[in-house]
Write a protein that binds this ligand. Structure first.
Ligand code: MTE
Ligand code: MO
Length: 258
């Protein structure tokens, strides 16, 4: 996402966050407290540089509008994220990463080996062909990025719960961590890993997952914000040691979803 860090000092930042909490309505305030409102989050959510009062006002009104919509899309009472008809797919679907599209990793699918580590009984590597031989599902869901955009796409692949069972993962473990070919990393709780809509995506819109969207495999979770959905996964680790994440370690909320 070509990160422009907010151009404010720490104390200005704290004042802005406080102002945000005061100006926002009670329900957004609760949500922010739950989900962690950080200065970086405010800046990225709104695309505002937060350097003056006018931009602060603008940022705050964008936040409250966007968050009300996110609430409806993601934070769903029954814990199933909404699914959409194919006619609603966003074309072209946006690319995002902490770098530009031309720098997305180039991975040779024949050489690719997925590694599994940590609390699993079977630590053998997986080839792409083996992943493709497992039962697949497809779903049309909304991807929401904290930078303030969302888009609907169709991902297909292996239900992650089935994969975790296949490798004999300790399903009582607390976390599943992911390491990616571009040095991105993130992690999720076991309940989310086992959620029926969490898939190891091998396809996008009915075709092999394109390079820019995470070839050869990404984790797709419609119950989580975009940054929790790792692309180009190379290592999956089941662990009780908190693995953190690329954005999470810079202040983004670790849970990042519903
Ligand atoms: N490996 C990797 N995964 C990543 C990222 C990244 O930079 N590298 N960016 C995250 C963010 S912030 C978003 S919004 C989505 C974007 O996915 P897309 O390119 O399929 O839209 O990927 C997420 N997963
Ligand atoms: Mo994102």
């Amino acid at each position: 996402m070509k990160t422009d860090k907010p151009s404010v000092t720490l104390s200005e930042g704290q004042a802005i966050v406080k102002e945000a909490q005061r100006l926002l309505g009670a329900s957004s305030r609760r949500r922010f407290l739950r989900n962690g409102l950080t200065l970086g989050g405010v800046a990225m959510l709104t695309g505002c540089d937060l350097s003056g009062n006018a931009s602060v006002e603008q940022a705050l009104s964008r936040i409250s509008g966007f968050n009300d919509r996110v609430q409806g899309w993601l934070f769903n009472a029954d814990r199933l994220a909404p699914v959409y008809p194919e006619s609603m797919i966003t074309r072209p679907f946006p690319f995002n990463a902490f770098y530009g599209e031309e720098d997305a990793p180039e991975i040779d699918g024949d050489d690719y080996r997925l590694q599994v580590a940590g609390l699993v009984l079977d630590k053998r590597d997986w080839t792409l062909a083996q992943l493709h031989r497992m039962a697949q599902i497809e779903q049309v869901t909304r991807h929401i990025c904290v930078e303030g955009w969302s888009a609907i796409g169709k991902w297909g692949g292996v239900p992650f719960a089935a994969f975790l069972k296949a490798i004999g993962a300790d399903l009582q473990a607390r976390y599943v961590g992911f390491k990616c070919a571009d040095d991105y990393y993130t992690s999720i709780d076991m309940a989310t890993a086992l959620h029926p809509q969490t898939i190891m995506a091998l396809t996008y819109d009915g075709r092999i997952l394109p390079r820019k969207y995470g070839y050869p495999m990404k984790l797709r979770m419609p119950t989580k914000l975009g940054y929790k959905n790792p692309k180009h996964i190379q290592v999956i680790e089941v662990t009780n040691r908190f693995p953190g994440g690329y954005w999470e370690d810079q202040g983004y909320n670790w849970f990042g979803g519903s």
